[in-house]
Ligand binder design. Structure first.
Ligand SMILES: [Zn+2]
Ligand SMILES: [Zn+2]
Ligand SMILES: [Zn+2]
Length: 145
């Protein structure tokens, strides 16, 4: 488990106990989780934080880029506290929410050149890769040889 202490100041000054409790849960959950998942994990730990506070806190953490946000189409907004502060992308399991942090590779260059081509000033880009992780891929789905 890497030490995450170095990037804690980024989380802002309004560091209430609710906020720290939510951050701790996020650090322990290695998958993208919904506000409800985080809420029930807090209850399991005897931390009584209201669901509204969970939503609000996650939103404010997302605003300062302290958590990564994922919107799977039709699903709930999912949150994850990433191990790296630098720009990265995700390979996400759509079944269990487990995610790998991956480099954007050619996406980075492509985003820049496409913006330039249309005369846009690039302000950001999004590219996530979805799939089933090894433990969620059922053996019958694997190609037989
Ligand atoms: Zn991430
Ligand atoms: Zn999975
Ligand atoms: Zn990128």
């Amino acid at each position: 488990m890497p030490v995450l202490g170095h990037n804690v100041p980024k989380l802002g000054t309004r560091n209430t106990w609710q906020r720290s409790a939510i951050i701790h849960v996020l650090q322990d959950l290695e998958k993208f989780s919904s506000a409800k998942d985080i809420y029930s994990e807090l209850l399991k730990r005897d931390k009584k934080v209201g669901l509204t506070t969970v939503y609000r806190t996650l939103q404010s953490l997302a605003e300062v880029d302290a958590v990564d946000v994922l919107n799977i189409s039709g699903g709930e907004t999912l949150y994850r506290r990433c191990e790296t502060d630098s720009h990265h992308h995700h390979l996400v399991c759509t079944k269990c929410g487990k995610a790998e942090e991956i480099a954007g590779g050619p996406v980075e260059k492509w985003a820049k050149s496409i913006a330039r081509e249309f005369g846009y000033t690039l302000t950001g880009h999004d590219a996530e890769v979805y799939g089933l992780c090894p433990s969620c891929s059922s053996p019958s789905d694997l190609p037989k040889d």
